[in-house]
Structures are given as structure tokens and as C-alpha cells.
Design a protein. Structure first.
Ligand code: C5P
Length: 215
């Protein structure tokens, strides 16, 4: 088995790259951010609260499992609903709760015990799979990441404002890097790749070059 951690801030390209790496190596891709988004979405949209105590008390009732490439939440397939900017902000809020992080980590570790995985997130190389064979940390300037997100949303036909996206990216960076528990940071043994002036194929090649010889 092989485990690959790909961490980095919002918009660094880590999920696009992680999916491609998993596809090339024919192993499972796990999106850890989706789990935080699911928990944030569930409590905010279905229970109308992000109150820490309520979440801690009822977290056990939330059943999350993986079926093919989708997470099933209390029997319901959840995917598109969690891809909104609001869900990203809810995710960032619930991600500060230790019990939420334990639940997410357990799901990721249980799957990784059974099979090879590529997981993208903020703390995969530092906390979730500290013994992963490969760890990568992707970065890019906030402006470049905002530009990527802006273009992505414009392509989807959404009416968006670049400055607002940049502001949200900076806020999320601040939240993710300054929180006490599992803050976003590069693991000591991770390979750091600045993707600001690189395209997806360049980054993919760079990562596969590190892995190829061993695989
Ligand atoms: O990667 P994505 O944008 O989907 O993540 C949403 C939010 O979930 C992040 O801003 C972060 O607060 C949280 N997260 C985390 N740890 C992870 C993955 C995501 O705290 N491993």
C-alpha cells in the first residue's frame, strides 16, 4: 500500500492535482475538505446552527460513509450542495472543533488502513497520516489562487467579484493557519511546490517524478 498526502491552502490546486495523481496510480482519492464541508452543511442547512456544543452533542448521529467516489450522509448522497462558498465558510468554522476533526480523521484513517490513498487537505501530512510515504505541500500567491477561483466560477456562469473572492481566500487562510488545532502548515518532511506560475500538468509531472521510481 502507498499513502500520499497533498496539503495546501484553498485554491492551491491540491484537489485537482490529487485526483489526477490518484487516477494515474489507480488508487483511491479522498477529499478531506469535503468531510468538513459536509459536517458544516449538515448542521447549518439542516439543523440551522453552527453552535459548538450542539455539534459536539449530536455529531454521533451523523453517519458518513464512502460509496464509490461519493460520501453518503445519513443515507443521502451529498456532493454539489457542499461546493458553495458558504459551505467552505461553514467548513472552516466546524474544522476548529476537536471532536469534528477526530471524526474526520477516523474516517480517513479507516479507509487508508484498507487501501492505498491520495488525500488532500490541510493537515494530512502533519496529523492524519504522519507516516504517509509521500507528502506534498502546494502553495500559490493569494492573488493567483483568487484568480483561479474567479475563472472557475465565471466558467460555471456565476456572477462573481474578484475582490470579494480574494478577501474570502485571505480570511480562510487566516482562519486555517492561526487556529490552535491542526493548523495549516507544511510538514517537516513534505516537498513544497509553489504552483503560482506553473500549470496543472507541470505540477502533476513534478509529483509523479518523485513517486514513479518507487511505484
Ligand atoms: O479544501 P476545502 O476548501 O474543501 O476545505 C474547506 C475547509 O475545511 C478549509 O478551509 C479548512 O478550514 C477545513 N479543512 C481542514 N482540514 C482539512 C481539510 C479542510 O481544516 N484537512
Amino acid at each position: 500500500m502507498i499513502h500520499i498526502a497533498i496539503d495546501g491552502p484553498a485554491g492551491s490546486g491540491k484537489s485537482t492535482i490529487a485526483k489526477k495523481v490518484a487516477n494515474k496510480l489507480n488508487i483511491k482519492y479522498l477529499d478531506s475538505g469535503a468531510l468538513y464541508r459536509i459536517i458544516g452543511y449538515f448542521f447549518k442547512e439542516k439543523k440551522n446552527t453552527l453552535d459548538e456544543n450542539t455539534i459536539k452533542e449530536t455529531l454521533d448521529k451523523l453517519s458518513i460513509s464512502l460509496k464509490d467516489d461519493f460520501y453518503i450522509v445519513n443515507g443521502e448522497k451529498i456532493d454539489k450542495q457542499i461546493r458553495t462558498a458558504n459551505s467552505g465558510n461553514y467548513a472552516s468554522t466546524v474544522a476548529k472543533i476537536p471532536e469534528v476533526r477526530e471524526k474526520v480523521n477516523l474516517i480517513l484513517r479507516n479507509i487508508s488502513e484498507k487501501m492505498s490513498t491520495v488525500i488532500d487537505g490541510r493537515d494530512i501530512g502533519t496529523v492524519v497520516l504522519p507516516n504517509a510515504e509521500y507528502k506534498f505541500f502546494l502553495t500559490a500567491s493569494a492573488e493567483e489562487r483568487a484568480k483561479r477561483r474567479f475563472n472557475e466560477l465565471i466558467e460555471k456562469g456565476e456572477d462573481v467579484n474578484y475582490n470579494l473572492i480574494l478577501k474570502e481566500i485571505k480570511e480562510r487562510d487566516f482562519n486555517d493557519t492561526t487556529r490552535n488545532i491542526a493548523p495549516l502548515k507544511c510538514a517537516k518532511d513534505a516537498i513544497e511546490i509553489d504552483t503560482t506560475s506553473k500549470n496543472i500538468d507541470d505540477v502533476l509531472k513534478e509529483i509523479l517524478n518523485y513517486i514513479d521510481g518507487d511505484f
